[in-house]
Write a protein that binds this ligand. Structure first.
Ligand SMILES: Cc1ncc(COP(=O)(O)O)c(C=O)c1O
Length: 364
């Protein structure tokens, strides 16, 4: 049965002039829409009390379980305004399915895929005026569904009160002033995920554990950190918030296999899209030696990273303590295949080309 959502609209929405100012320069994660979605779960009542209400701070007890044991999962997705004014999301059922997988790992109850999608759609409809006009660019409304242990209890066990919420935040284009390759820092001290760990789940703890490595990257003048596998420290896993792809001279493209990485929806879409564009796509282990030797010999022609935020971003040089691998392409441009894949995806998301995969989901 579809979830019943009660809607209480705000009596103090952001006025049109201020909204126009925010949408002109939204940045990322700075501004939030007028409303938020919440639904509660308890063992006795299941999911209940679904509601949209004015966006407001939460008042939570200091003993709320999530503050202590980090039982939490989240998602990241976007709503896009198409040239005809309609609003769409990209494969939302994939985010819902990933949240289910994350929920299993974090011992949460299951939120049905259709309820997840309906919650997101309902919030976007109420706050539709916050979906920026793409105007030929890449502005969107970033959507953040998240689930947390809301029971007030300090025992270590799965929470018996769970809250699922959706908030939304207008987002500017990831790249301002042109697409520029990111420089990567290879962390040799920290790993992101081990066998049996939480690497494949989208849960706050993974991001908390990545911060010190990201700090190290910035301290070394790099943009992002690359994690290797925990067992051998040999195989490329992913960046702090993006998956990776390697483009070979013969047109093959390779992405690290899954298990301990966060399986991106952008990554999965590129597997299909690149296949259709005629590339052979391989999901397999790729070692740091293969990266270094491949770039040195020219066998690896392009490298890129992908995720909801940037869609596709070219990767430049890789550095570590005492060494580096040069950029596979020039330091100022992404390679042709990288940029072609990027354009193909962005054009589908923003409704600039036919959606032959049926990936887009109409919200309003
Ligand atoms: C660790 C990590 N890997 C990969 C991704 C890419 O996932 P997606 O393409 O679904 O945004 C993300 C992004 O959200 C991430 O946080």
């Amino acid at each position: 049965m579809a979830m019943e959502i009660s809607v209480t609209t705000t009596s103090t929405p952001v006025d049109e002039a201020r909204l126009a100012g925010i949408l002109a320069e939204p940045g990322f994660g700075n501004f939030f829409t007028d409303h938020m979605f919440s639904v509660e779960w308890t063992p006795e009542h299941g999911w209940h009390d679904a509601r949209i209400e004015p966006y407001a701070p939460l008042s939570i007890d200091p003993a709320t379980a999530v503050l202590h044991y980090a039982q939490e999962t989240f998602e990241g997705m976007k709503a896009y305004r198409h040239p005809d004014g309609s609003v769409w999301s990209f494969r939302p059922e994939e985010n819902a399915a990933r949240m289910l997988r994350s929920s299993h790992r974090l011992a949460f109850p299951e939120l049905p895929v259709e309820d997840f999608v309906e919650a997101v759609d309902a919030l976007v409809r109420v706050d539709e005026r916050w979906v920026p006009d793409a105007s030929g660019g890449e502005k969107s409304l970033y959507l953040r569904p998240f689930m947390f242990a809301s029971e007030v209890f300090l025992g270590v066990r799965p929470s018996q009160h769970v809250t699922f919420m959706v908030i939304a935040s207008p987002a500017g284009a990831y790249f301002r002033g042109g697409i520029k390759p990111v420089t990567l820092w290879l962390t040799e001290d920290y790993t992101r995920a081990g066998r049996g760990g939480m690497g494949a789940a989208k849960t706050g703890g993974n991001y908390a554990s990545s911060l010190v490595a990201q700090q190290e990257a910035i301290a070394h003048g790099c943009d992002q950190v690359v994690f290797l596998d925990a067992a051998e420290g040999r195989y490329v896993e992913e960046l702090g918030g993006m998956n990776m792809y390697f483009v070979y001279r013969d047109g093959r493209i390779v992405t690290p296999e899954t298990g301990t990485i966060l399986e991106g929806i952008t990554r999965a879409s590129i597997i299909e899209l690149a296949g259709k564009m005629g590339h052979q796509v391989e999901e397999r282990k790729i070692s740091i030696d293969e990266w270094r030797e491949g770039v040195e010999s020219g066998e690896i022609a392009e490298i890129f990273a992908c995720g909801t935020a940037a869609v596709v971003t070219p990767v430049g040089a890789l550095r570590w303590e005492g060494g580096q691998v040069a950029s596979a392409t020039s330091d100022t441009d992404g390679g042709d295949i990288t940029m072609a894949i990027r354009k193909a995806l962005v054009d589908v998301q923003f409704g600039r080309t036919e959606d032959t995969f049926g990936w887009m989901h109409r919200i309003s």
